[in-house]
Design a protein around this ligand. Structure first.
Ligand code: FCB
Length: 503
């Protein structure tokens, strides 16, 4: 059985999920359902009415819920290297699989590539100032392996590393905690040419790269994340094939899952080996899976679906074993089962310091193992807007895997943003989405989830993979022809939330 999250691809949009679909979030009433007295420690002083003219309430989106967050809560935003940096040929950067993939005809919306993206490589000082102006306490970004090791191995490219040193220094100077992801899908093309993640050796190359980065930046970055969303590489890169490297081979896909997890574990061990005090963990996109009806068959199908969506990535790291039902479903002759070597699971389950959770959508599973749509989608037709899913996945992870500290490293949606004549962008749909998901986060903290920070995806509009620049996910609008930045309504709202430490 092959199970994949049906992320949007041309022609794959479910009926009724048209671009520009209604963005009103699914009803959730966190203020009303908040258990009395169960709020987390908070400076729950009455929230002062906003003075910022951008915040004049004009829709329910701005309704304040008076939910205070813990005093040291890490309000953040996230990006990734290929999606924002551009500068594809600067300072000795090598080619990545996303350069190859996006330049191939018909792979991305309008043939868009990350060659320029949001030009963050050159504009990072101004972007850092915007982060400070919004009041961010944490910034999650990724390091481009092809900048650091253009050939995927061997000596580091100092000019590439220096960019991240300047970025990290700029964050520290502004009081923003750096959170760096080592791998956000931009594999050096030379490693793809020798088999990419199907080749076990790539995991060892990744360990060497991780070590080089730790040696250069380890003392400056308090929190490291290893591999971003291995599941998306597996499903989109190797099953559906609409992400780099564009393969459609399910058997190969699950071997790739194993090698990505091995890479994760090897990187964890490299960090420990440096003697660093910095923390490290995986970044997993988790999808709560719900049965579409009450039948026993649907319950069984949902359980297996959850295995492929969640337990396949959580269990090896936190329990040291793969889920038996998924291995049985793949079968003994599968490349994954044949590819597990003695000692691999010990490496993969090397103790981590935190778990980064990325939540976008629930999945409703039918008896036949298919999926159904239950809630309105965003302009990304694969994304159903269901804030309670955030609560469900956070509490489930804590219940099933113990109280490992959690950071939410991605949550957000694309909206049909347009720059108005008065130089504003009114993304009220994003404000209500974030408000309702943060209410669910608050409820999870109140229920005992050790959640320390939350990052909006994304800080700014960027290259959304196969969607190119057609989807805008940012708090900050990027006017691509001029590269001018404009804070959207949601950015002004988020600034007030951070200042109040409350939604
Ligand atoms: C996540 C990715 C991120 C971005 C968001 C919308 O799966 O990690 O790069 O594409 O989805």
């Amino acid at each position: 059985m092959s199970i994949v999250t049906q992320r949007w691809s041309p022609g794959a949009a479910p009926a009724g999920a048209a671009a520009g679909a209604e963005l009103t979030a699914a009803p959730v009433a966190p203020a009303a359902t908040e258990p009395a007295g169960a709020a987390p420690p908070a400076d729950a002083a009455p929230v002062t009415p906003p003075a910022d003219p951008h915040l004049t309430p004009h829709t329910a989106a701005e309704a304040r819920l008076n939910l205070g967050f813990p005093p040291d809560f890490g309000w953040g935003a996230a990006t990734s290297a290929y999606q924002v940096e551009g500068a594809a040929k600067d300072d000795g950067r090598g080619e990545s699989i996303w350069d190859t993939f996006s330049r191939a005809p018909g792979r991305t919306h309008g043939g868009d590539t990350g060659d320029v993206a949001a030009d963050h490589y050159h504009r990072y000082p101004a972007d850092l100032d915007l982060m400070r102006d919004i009041g961010l306490r944490s910034y999650r970004f990724s390091i481009a392996w092809p900048r650091v090791q253009p050939d995927g191995a061997g000596p580091v490219n100092q000019r590439g590393l220096d960019f991240y040193r300047r970025l990290v220094d700029g964050l520290q100077e502004r009081g923003i905690a750096p959170m760096a992801t080592l791998y956000h899908w931009d594999l050096p093309q030379v490693l793809q040419d020798t088999g990419g993640w199907e080749n076990r050796d790539t995991a060892h190359r990744f360990a060497d790269y991780a070590r080089a980065v730790f040696d250069a930046l380890g003392d400056r970055v308090p929190t490291w994340l290893t591999v971003n969303e291995p599941k998306t590489v597996v499903q989109n890169g190797y099953i559906i094939g609409h992400h780099a490297p564009g393969r459609q081979d399910t058997d190969a896909a699950y071997l790739v899952a194993h090698h990505l997890q091995l890479a994760h574990g090897l990187a964890v061990r490299q960090l420990r080996d440096t003697g660093s005090d910095s923390r490290i963990g995986p970044a997993l996109n988790l999808h709560p899976c719900y049965p579409a009806d009450d039948s026993a068959a649907t319950a069984a199908a949902t359980r297996l679906y959850d295995g492929y969506e969640n337990r396949l990535y959580l269990d090896p790291i936190f329990t040291g074993s793969y889920p038996a039902d998924v291995l049985a479903d793949l079968g003994p002759d599968s490349r994954l089962v044949r590819g597990i070597r003695d000692g691999d699971l010990e490496v993969i389950s090397s103790p981590v310091d935190l778990l980064a959770v990325q939540y976008y959508t629930p999945i409703y599973v039918t008896a036949a193992g298919g999926t159904e749509r239950r809630w309105p989608t965003s302009v990304a037709a694969w994304q159903q807007i269901f804030p309670d899913g955030m609560y469900d996945i956070l509490t489930r992870v804590t219940r099933d895997y113990g109280p490992v500290p959690i950071t939410v490293t991605e949550n957000g949606l694309p909206t049909p943003d347009a720059l108005a004549a008065d130089d504003t962008v009114d993304d009220a749909g994003r404000v209500s989405f974030l408000r309702d998901h943060l209410a669910a986060v608050h409820r999870a903290i109140a229920a005992g989830v050790p959640l320390e920070s939350y990052h909006v995806w994304s800080l700014m509009d960027n290259f959304e993979w196969e969607q190119g620049y057609a989807q805008r996910w940012g708090l900050i609008y990027v006017d691509y022809p001029t590269q001018r930045r404009v804070l959207k309504r949601s950015a002004h709202w988020y600034r007030q939330v951070i200042a109040d430490n409350a939604i």
